[in-house]
Design a protein around this ligand. Structure first.
Ligand code: PLP
Length: 443
């Protein structure tokens, strides 16, 4: 309560803007994921690792636009690329050379030869699933329970589910995430637990026996919307082998991991190559874009126009200019060495603080990404997360952070994202805030 009151006293400008916004913008926000009671913080600008709110407060940004801004804010290379491009016209719905350069660079990094562009992570996963269905002629899909893959109907299933409704590993329930999703679509999406290849195979075999063989498995190689949950040794290799043996398309949704955990995303980091990869977020350095990479064999259905992969803004020149600058000038090999080193210090610092104050929990992360799981129990999938994560502490940590000039994405499922422009000073600010909270809880 003390921290909530302090935040409200600090942010009168956001309060006023929210009161005005709510009259015409539903809930006072452009997207429900930007909402926060009683009002969200409204920002004015960002530079490097920092952002500023309408009340003039500066924050070290660990939210980074839900992990899109691994480049940091207003990176000179991206500002230059986009400024030069916009003066030459911002949209044609005709291809430009930058889109060719970006597809060449992505093919090299991700080991998949064929690429198409979209405008968001949701579009990327929607088109990837449609391609998998088009190739296999099958309707059912398998996802990981608790994984978020965007806001279209196919994947708004088995996320945010209350603990009591999850169901056992071999028979997890399919429940829609919010209203408005037809039950007929929900039934086509089957969820299995993360880090359990045997359960995945049993479910696939059950579906085959029922005459419902799945078109694809769509998954994050490391779960990023449950804090961070890393794959256990051998798990991704086993999934690769199972999907190949059953003739199922394996899609790695790298909207959050791609260009964040290595130059070639989770594919490079974990050394397992799927049949298809989806990218968005960090690819555009803040401009809305996304991409799908796949084998020649899969993309043949697109090349032959049997599956329609279309969109007015696909390969938009501004987004492609930003993506080219990101790939060629910002998210280089050196950038990941810096992120790895900084994140290791942050993770170790969090663990030291929790241990010193006797607060249950541990830090998990990879390259630019990380979180604290406030429990001593191992978090390896959605069920263990819901059973053990202390739900109140991420919210309290968010408040401590906001009041001490550290911005995090709100919500217990969110993780932090560092940018290439973050420094030790940013990490120290995060650690000081956690130290303050852990100290107060211990007192
Ligand atoms: N896939 C993953 C793994 C995501 O985390 C997200 C968004 O957070 C999406 C897809 C959807 O991306 P977008 O919000 O750009 O539609």
């Amino acid at each position: 309560e003390r921290e909530e009151r302090a935040l409200q006293e600090r942010t009168p400008g956001s309060r006023a803007l929210h009161a005005r916004a709510a009259r015409t913008m539903t809930g006072g926000v452009p997207s429900s994921y930007q909402a926060r009671d009683p009002w969200p913080i409204y920002l004015t600008h960002g530079r490097g690792s920092r952002v500023w709110d309408v009340d003039g407060h500066e924050y070290a940004d660990f939210h980074n636009g839900f992990g899109s801004m691994v480049q940091g804010h207003a990176h000179p290379a991206i500002v230059r690329a986009v400024t030069e491009r916009i003066a030459l016209g911002s949209h044609f719905a005709m291809p430009t050379e930058d889109s060719v350069v970006v597809s060449e660079e992505l093919a090299r990094r991700f080991g998949l030869p064929q690429w198409r562009f979209v405008n968001s992570g949701s579009e990327a996963t929607m088109d990837a699933i449609r391609i998998a269905r088009g190739v296999t002629g099958r309707d059912h899909i398998v996802k990981i329970f608790g994984s978020y893959h965007g806001h279209h109907d196919y994947v708004m299933v088995s996320i945010g589910t209350p603990y009591a409704d999850i169901g056992p590993a071999d028979r997890m329930n399919s429940l829609s995430y919010g209203a408005g999703i037809p039950e007929a679509v929900v039934e086509l999406t089957v969820a299995v637990p993360f880090n359990d290849a045997a359960a995945m195979e049993r479910r696939i075999e059950a579906l085959e026996a029922e005459g419902k063989p799945p078109a694809c498995v769509i998954m994050e190689a490391a779960m990023m919307n449950l804090g961070v949950v890393l794959p256990e040794p051998g798990y991704l290799e086993a999934v690769r082998e199972i999907t190949r043996r059953h003739g199922i398309v394996l899609i790695f949704d790298e909207v959050k991991t791609g260009l964040c955990v290595a130059a070639g995303g989770a594919v490079e980091r974990f050394g397992v190559t799927p049949d298809m990869v989806t990218l968005a977020k960090a690819l555009g350095g803040g401009l809305p874009t996304g991409a799908i990479g796949a084998t020649e064999e899969l993309m043949a259905v697109v090349a032959e126009d049997r599956v329609k992969q279309v969109g007015t803004y696909n390969g938009n020149p501004l987004a492609m200019a930003a993506a080219r600058a990101s790939l060629q000038e910002v998210l280089t090999g050196d950038a990941y060495a810096h992120l790895d080193q900084l994140n290791d210090r942050l993770l170790a610092g969090c663990d030291e603080i929790l241990a010193r104050h006797g607060l249950a929990g541990y830090a998990v992360g990879i390259s630019s990404k990380g979180c604290v799981h406030f429990t001593d129990a191992p978090i390896r999938d959605y069920t263990s997360f819901m059973a053990h994560q202390n739900a109140a502490l991420p919210e309290l940590a968010w408040l401590y952070n906001a009041n001490r000039g550290v911005l995090m994405a709100p919500g217990r499922e969110e993780e932090w994202t560092l940018s290439v422009q973050h420094t030790d000073a940013d990490v120290d600010r995060y650690l000081d805030s956690l130290d303050a909270m852990a100290g107060d809880l211990a007192a």
